[in-house]
Design a protein around this ligand. Structure first.
Ligand code: DP6
Length: 328
């Protein structure tokens, strides 16, 4: 058996969303995005190099990867090999802690863990900044999951400049909670990759890009001051702004289900009752409710009792890390 590296990384939830690329190919974002890396929703990935394998062998959540998932992972491994000037194929196995049938994408945690495990296995000793640019090649949002806590992915003119940096560690705001409300567990029909591509056809895109810097400034301030009200207000605005771009893209893209709106309205109702909670929504129908440790039990109870949806609770967590090396 060869040398094997196991790494773990958390998924993340963006307060300022990444939506749209400058040019196709390298996931160079049109705007800077800001997220929180999660502690519970994690992916654990092992990469072992093989002198004899004639192709990469990829097992995702116990099943051999096929089709697009396989092609995406192989292309990613190819870019790591190119950088390391190595040729051996890799045996990759990856498992996520969160149910893969729940509609939460595992690509951010998946590519962050894979970037760290593969870079290490191929002998690259990289700083988080460079590692984040490599993870970005797999999935734009994965660049942010390389770092822990509160993270900004900078829009940059080229590959080296579009890197992620930590704004504050996860320990800076441990009371913050993300209650993920599973409105639908169906796999999305339109991938984020396709969404990024058609974003350019939206009449709303220019307005969104003009508004993001001021909103991002509020999010940075909210993180610094640990203000849920400031963070939540900006996160709701940004989610609506991104979904407006989606809905006005050609062809239109509507990820929401009726349950999505029910959660939005419940969150607003809770706020009226002084139960601090705000929403954000990624490229899917599920809603992330941002709240604090104090209000979480009540928010969770109300979501379950009045709407009956399944929930997953998460909070800020650390960045990608190596958890095992074999042989030691
Ligand atoms: C809506 O291109 O990173 O989550 O690779 O499919 O996970 P996947 O998506 P990616 O786009 C993420 C879009 C987003 C917003 C965000 O996380 O910033």
């Amino acid at each position: 058996m060869g040398y094997a590296i196991t790494a773990e990384a958390g998924a993340n939830i963006a307060f300022i969303k990444y939506w749209g690329n400058r040019i196709e190919g390298q996931n160079l974002p049109l705007n800077s995005s800001i997220s929180m890396t999660l502690a519970n929703c994690i992916t654990r990935t092992t990469v072992e190099l093989s002198e004899s394998a004639r192709a990469d062998e990829i097992v995702l959540d116990g099943k051999p990867a096929e089709g697009k998932a396989r092609a995406r992972t192989t292309a990613f491994l190819e870019s790591v090999r190119r950088l390391a000037a190595r040729k051996e194929h890799a045996l990759v196995s990856s498992e996520s802690s969160f149910p893969t049938d729940c509609g939460i994408a595992s690509s951010a945690s998946g590519f962050a863990a894979l970037a760290l495990a593969a870079a290490t296995a191929y002998g690259l000793d990289l700083q988080p900044r460079e590692l984040s640019t490599i993870a970005r090649l797999g999935s734009g949002s994965a660049a942010r999951s390389v770092l822990g806590g509160f993270v900004e992915l900078r829009h940059g003119a080229d590959h080296e400049e579009a890197y992620a940096q930590q704004l504050a560690p996860h320990t800076a705001w441990l009371e913050l909670r993300d209650l993920i409300v599973i409105v639908s567990k169906e796999e999305k029909e339109v991938s984020s990759a396709e969404g990024h591509r058609i974003a350019h056809s939206s009449e709303m895109l220019a307005a969104r890009l003009a508004a993001v810097p001021e909103r991002a400034e509020r999010v940075r301030k909210a993180i610094e001051e640990r203000s849920l009200a400031l963070l939540g207000q900006a996160a709701e605005e940004d989610a609506f702004s991104m979904h407006a771009v989606m809905m006005t893209s050609k062809p239109h893209l509507l990820y929401w289900r009726s349950g999505t709106l029910e959660v939005i309205r419940l969150v607003w109702e809770l706020r009226k009752q002084n139960i601090d909670s705000y929403f954000t929504i990624d490229a899917g129908p599920n809603v992330h409710v941002l709240t604090t440790e104090r209000y979480l039990p009540e928010v969770e109870r109300r979501v379950r009792a009045s709407l009956g949806f399944r929930t997953i609770c998460d909070h800020p967590g650390p960045g990608a890390r190596i958890v095992e090396r074999r042989p030691e």
